[in-house]
Structure formats: C-alpha cells, structure tokens
Design a binder for this molecule. Structure first.
Ligand SMILES: NC(=O)c1ccc[n+]([C@@H]2O[C@H](COP(=O)([O-])OP(=O)(O)OC[C@H]3O[C@@H](n4cnc5c(N)ncnc54)[C@H](O)[C@@H]3O)[C@@H](O)[C@H]2O)c1
Length: 285
C-alpha cells in the first residue's frame, strides 16, 4: 500500500488522508498550523495518521521530512488558500504559495523526486470563461494573489520537473464543497455551496452579487479526495481539471432554496475523471 506525504493538513488534505487510511495506506500529514488547529487532526491521528509540524517555507525541513518518511507520493496542498486573506496578508501568501512551492520543488528534486501531485485551481484560466474549458487553455488574468500564485506554482513545478526529471501532476480544482474531517469555522472560509446550504436551512436570505450570473466549477470533497488519492504521476508533467459540473451562483441559491435551477452556465469543464456527487443531490431537501 502507498505511503503518502501530505503537505497541508487542512480541509482537502484531511479528507485525502481519511481516504488513504480507508484504503489501507500509510499517511504523514504535515502542516504549520496557519489555518488549521493541530487538534482538528486528532481523529485522523487516532486512526493511524502521523501528524507532524512542518513549514513548506523551510527547505531543509521539507528535505528532512522526505528523507525520514520516504513517501511513494507527495501531495502539495499546503497554501494560503483564502482570497480575502491574500489581500490582508500578501507577504505570507507569497512566502508560502510562491517561495514555499519552489522550496518543496527543490527538496523533492534533491531527494531524487518522489512523484508529486499539486493542488492548483481552475482559476488559473481567469474568470471570464466561456465555451468548453480544457487543460490546454492558456492562463488567464488573475484577480488576487491566492490564485495568481497558482500560476507561478504550476510553472515552477514544471521548471523543476523538466530540469530534474520529476513526475508531477497539476490538478486544477474547482470549488470544493461538502463536509470532512477538517472544516474551518472562520468567517468566509466556507465556499458558496455550503454557505448557501447553511443560510437556506436557517431561513436566511442568500446574498449574491451581479444577480448570481457568475459560473463556478464545483467538486464534492469525496470526489476530490478520491481523485487526489488515485492520482499516480507518471513521467513528466500533466495537468487535469477537477470539476464535476459548472453551475451559476444563482442556481446554487435556487437549489439551496428548493427551487428549480434556470441553467445557463457560461462554460463547461472537460475533466477526465468520474464523479459521484452533484450539487442538486447535495442540496436536495
Ligand atoms: N477548497 C477549495 O475549494 C479549493 C479549490 C481550488 C484549489 N484549492 C487548493 O487546494 C489546496 C488545499 O486547500 P484547502 O481547502 O484544504 O485549504 P486549507 O486552508 O484548509 O489547507 C491548506 C493548509 O495549508 C496549511 N499551510 C499554510 N501555510 C503553510 C506553510 N507555510 N507550511 C505548511 N502548511 C501551511 C494551512 O495551515 C492549512 O491547513 C490549496 O492549495 C488550495 O489553494 C482548494
């Protein structure tokens, strides 16, 4: 069974760890506890995950962790992932998402390259999308450092992969929804599907800008964790999009309130993966 080193023990990393443990794998979950409390991992630690403190900005520490754990795969999920925090904490966002990614690449290269899976974002294509989006679409204009840094992260990992013969998969994740072992309570951390589900259940109005016409690509946490877990990088670098469907924000609101969705998503995503969850089923009440 595979031994995974998961850098970033947050919302997605914890769900990936749970999936790997269920499959009989070994898991090392590493984090600097910037956005996640270590105690949130107590349940996974009790199930056998090795929960460790590591900052991806510390190249020597990352290399030491690779030496100590000898993983079959590295999943790079550690990031300052919040758009609002990227505005209030730009230096930290860059230090982790830019310098940190490069230092992980250096450490992986120095260790002879365990295959690496990088959690990127569907946002690398920009925001004004139409037609069918596929992984060969060029990068688009970015509106914040959390997403701009994903473009750098992808290109930096490509550079190191080419220079050192590393195996890398870039997974461009849509907005992830659903419950898991780690759910952040802080304001603004829930993505729109879960936020609308909670507001609708409480009978509150659902706030959205621009009439909710914005289209989002979305994927349920269980599907996301399975796709990450089953991802085994081969030689070279490949990029894949991870979104089960695209939907307008207005339709997320309609489904959360039990109304019929109007349709009209501005783009679709061509993804090579199978998905078992849809927003309509998740929000059905
Ligand atoms: N959740 C989504 O909808 C979504 C969508 C697209 C892409 N992503 C990407 O997937 C990855 C995981 O996202 P998530 O939702 O689990 O976010 P998260 O914030 O829950 O997890 C990221 C983890 O990284 C840790 N971290 C931050 N700085 C670090 C550092 N310097 N060293 C070590 N650890 C550090 C945080 O403490 C946190 O636990 C991120 O790269 C994110 O950008 C997430």
């Amino acid at each position: 069974m595979a031994r995974l080193l998961i850098l970033g023990a947050g919302y997605i990393g914890a769900a990936l760890a749970a999936r790997a443990l269920e499959a009989g794998g070994e898991v090392v979950l590493a984090d600097n506890w910037y956005a996640t409390d270590r105690a949130q991992l107590d349940g996974l630690a009790a199930r056998g995950a090795d929960v460790v403190t590591l900052d991806i900005r510390d190249r020597d520490a990352v290399e030491g962790m690779l030496r100590a754990t000898a993983p079959d795969r590295v999943h790079l999920l550690a990031a300052q992932a919040s758009r609002p925090l990227s505005i209030t904490e730009p230096d930290y966002t860059e230090a982790t998402n830019v310098t940190g990614v490069r230092r992980v690449a250096e450490a992986v290269a120095a260790r002879g390259g365990p295959p690496l899976v990088f959690a990127s974002s569907l946002h690398v294509y920009g925001s004004e999308l139409s037609g069918q989006v596929a992984a060969d679409r060029p990068y688009g204009v970015q509106g914040d450092l959390a997403h701009l840094s994903k473009v750098y992260g992808e290109l930096c990992l490509r550079l190191y992969a080419q220079r050192h013969g590393l195996a890398v998969v870039l997974l461009r994740l849509g907005i992830v929804y659903g419950s898991g072992p780690v759910v952040h309570e802080r304001a603004g951390s829930q993505t729109v599907v879960d936020r609308f589900a909670g507001l609708a259940a409480a009978g509150e109005p659902l706030p959205f800008d621009d009439g909710g016409t914005a289209t989002i690509g979305v994927v349920h946490l269980d599907d996301c964790a399975r796709i990450l877990h089953d991802c085994v990088p081969g030689p070279g670098v490949v990029a894949h999009d991870v979104a089960a469907q695209t939907i307008t924000v207005a339709d997320v609101a309609a489904l959360a309130e039990g109304r019929a969705p109007a349709g009209g998503a501005a783009y679709t995503v061509r993804s090579p993966f199978a998905y078992t969850h849809e927003v309509a089923g998740y929000l059905a009440r």
